[in-house]
Design a protein around this ligand. Structure first.
Ligand SMILES: Cc1cc2nc3c(=O)[nH]c(=O)nc-3n(C[C@H](O)[C@H](O)[C@H](O)COP(=O)(O)O)c2cc1C
Length: 313
């Protein structure tokens, strides 16, 4: 059961707000973001102590304001409820005070793995990459056989946020991205490793309010067609870089599973909002959210191999 918790300012737009519900038993939250118009409509109804319906931007979700209870019927989430009197108190109080989203200054940094190597010269290729990939830790998962990892991987949207990911695991996940094949080996992608908590929260909003985007490890994979120095039309270079970024994210996802972690791949995102949040000109292709799962679950079922494969002899 989710219980209404509070209203917060929106992270992205300066108008509108975020309505937060918390799961009573799990440390999980549901967020509904209202734009300026939607918030004004709900405010007007509650101010007049009236009842009514507010339809949300996605043309499916709606808010039913009744005398006792207000229901939020949503496309992606289960229906959320709150006592109308509680909602009225929160909305009227919220509206009384001007709210501005807090600007965040981003300080991009270079990435330095904890493993130190002597000067990386041209004779010994991939020295640092290999050092990170092959470094052994006392907790290294022994059963990281690739096929076992594939057979047991399962996405999670429910991370144990109290459990931090060990730095050496993060480094292996990042390094794994750099081992993926890329078109012409031009590595037409960029990986943005989000450490900043506020930025993670903003990414939730940019990813259709999927709360699990605020995960212990958040990686944004972006396409970088300008790196693909091949004599092909721009649309081909864009396709190549999209495939590069996708493969890299898949390699990182498998690496995370091999290290006993779980992840969720986020494809449902607003490219422009993500670009704005991470202050980048590069289009994001996916966000990979990684952490320890609350509960390890068996993999999902797939169609039969026979149905997947068509043989041409
Ligand atoms: C291209 C792509 C986009 C996805 N986008 C989302 C997303 O936006 N939100 C989400 O919760 N899951 C997303 N997923 C995760 C899938 O729902 C999940 O991988 C699928 O249900 C199979 O489950 P499994 O990974 O446990 O095998 C996406 C996966 C892929 C490959």
């Amino acid at each position: 059961m989710a219980e209404f918790s509070k209203i917060e300012p929106s992270y992205i737009s300066k108008d509108g707000c975020r309505l937060i519900w918390k799961e009573v038993e799990e440390d999980d939250q549901h967020v509904i973001v209202l734009n300026k118009d939607e918030f004004e409509q709900i405010f007007e109804i509650l101010l007049k102590d009236s009842t009514g319906i507010v339809r949300l931007e996605d043309e499916y979700s709606r808010i039913l304001i009744n005398t006792d209870v207000t229901q939020f019927q949503l496309k992606e989430l289960k229906t959320l409820e709150v006592k109308t009197s509680i909602l009225r108190k929160n909305v009227l109080e919220y509206r009384n005070v001007p709210h501005e989203p807090k600007p965040i200054k981003i300080y991009p940094k270079e990435f330095y793995p904890s493993i130190e190597i002597e000067k990386e010269d041209d004779d010994e290729q991939n020295k640092l990459l290999n050092a990170v990939l092959t470094s052994k830790n006392k907790d290294t998962v022994s059963e990281s056989d690739l096929f076992r990892v594939m057979a047991t991987r399962r996405s999670t949207r429910n991370f144990d946020v109290s459990k931090a990911i060990e730095q050496w695991k993060i480094e292996k996940i990042l390094a794994a991205a750099d081992t993926a094949p890329t078109a012409g080996n031009f590595q037409g992608f960029k990986l943005v490793y989000i450490k900043n908590r506020e930025i993670k929260k903003r990414l939730v909003e940019a990813a259709n309010n999927q709360p699990y985007v605020n995960a212990p490890l958040v990686l944004v994979f972006c396409i970088d067609p300008s790196r693909v120095k091949m004599n092909f039309p721009p649309e081909i270079l864009t396709k190549f870089s999209l495939q590069d970024a996708t493969l890299a994210a898949a390699y990182s996802q498998l690496a995370a599973s091999a290290l006993g972690l779980s992840s969720i791949w986020i494809g449902m995102l607003d490219e422009e909002k993500v670009k704005q949040i991470i202050e980048s000109d590069l289009k994001p292709s996916s966000i990979l959210c990684v952490g320890y799962p609350h509960q390890k679950r068996p993999p999902k079922s797939r169609r039969k191999l026979k149905e997947l494969i068509r043989v041409i002899e």
